[in-house]
Design a protein around this ligand. Sequence first.
Ligand SMILES: Nc1ncnc2c1ncn2[C@@H]1O[C@H](COP(=O)(O)OP(=O)(O)OP(=O)(O)O)[C@@H](O)[C@H]1O
Ligand SMILES: [Mg+2]
Length: 351
Amino acid sequence: MSGSVTQASGYRESATMTTTFDGPEQPIPRKRDQPSFIDTIVGRRSGLHAILSQVEAVAPTNATVLITGETGTGKEVIARAIHELSPRRSRNLVKLNCAAMPSGLLESELFGHERGAFTGAVASHLGRFALADRGTLFLDEIGDMSLDLQPKLLRVLQEREFEPVGSTRTTRVDVRVVTATNRDLQQMVRDREFREDLYYRLNIFPISLPPLRERKGDIPEFVRYFVQHYADSMDKTIDTIPEETMRFLVRHPWPGNIRELQNYVARGVILSTDGLFNCAPPERSDPLPAEISNPTLEDKVRKEILAACQRANWKLGGPRGAAARLGLKRTTLFYKMKRLGITPPSDSSQD
Ligand SMILES: Nc1ncnc2c1ncn2[C@@H]1O[C@H](COP(=O)(O)OP(=O)(O)OP(=O)(O)O)[C@@H](O)[C@H]1O
Ligand SMILES: [Mg+2]
């Protein structure tokens, strides 16, 4: 098959329709003249059709949604779709990634803090719940939220009120919460790493995203879409995807799912000349190009974990260990280190 690249290029990572947060920025008002986000979702008429029907059913309600799926399967895309199809779409979609954030910092990010609430709190700070008032709050990697913070989240979900850190003033909010994780929360409940009551409260409407290897039929559409997207952004014209290339891309298992495929295609576009999409068959453990894999938050988290480990002499557990310093369970820290590729020096004892 020699595919002409005719995919519409509406979907953009810059999230112009909604506001997401990984850092301390302020919300940007939603622009009204953008193409519909839903129309730009690849696979909406094929592999994602059933999922998008679930999204359409739950979006107009205020129900809490728990999105599960392996890394890179599109959990954040689905969270945005829920917001965009909800009556809250003219308000903010606020995102917070709970991964590896020490619980003190996460608490103040969620609920805000008063000036002087802790060392370094030189000004008061509005939390994500307040920023998401009348909109949607997307809590990513919810499985990484520490046990001591979980009851505080449960309370705001049940009573719609909270107190900013260091304040006695109760704030009431109207926030729709969508959460996502690639961890097995049920197993975490069994292991007593996640509160059962919070799990049931979050799991009111679960949506589970299949890995890309189980929806291979969507791969050609994704490839055409990403080729067009990156060709546009790099000011290139690519009009032919060789049949052989498409065949090996469809055969590959893509353990990093859509994100891995996307990054792979981006690299191919960089190397392409003469209108022909040029990429070599992928190997299994292909590293992601740093400039495309959004290293900022991950880098910060890696730095923070490394610093805590070094301060604790690579002792992870115990009251003075790195896990305690970060406000994390030892097993959670261990999991994060593994995911971030942090390995202790060979002469350290880690207990
Ligand atoms: N249906 C889709 N159409 C177009 N692009 C998609 C689709 N699903 C995912 N993507 C793209 O794939 C990448 C990964 O998606 P997303 O960030 O939503 O995955 P995730 O499940 O949240 O991953 P992680 O668990 O690593 O956070 C993003 O760049 C996103 O834009
Ligand atoms: Mg995500």
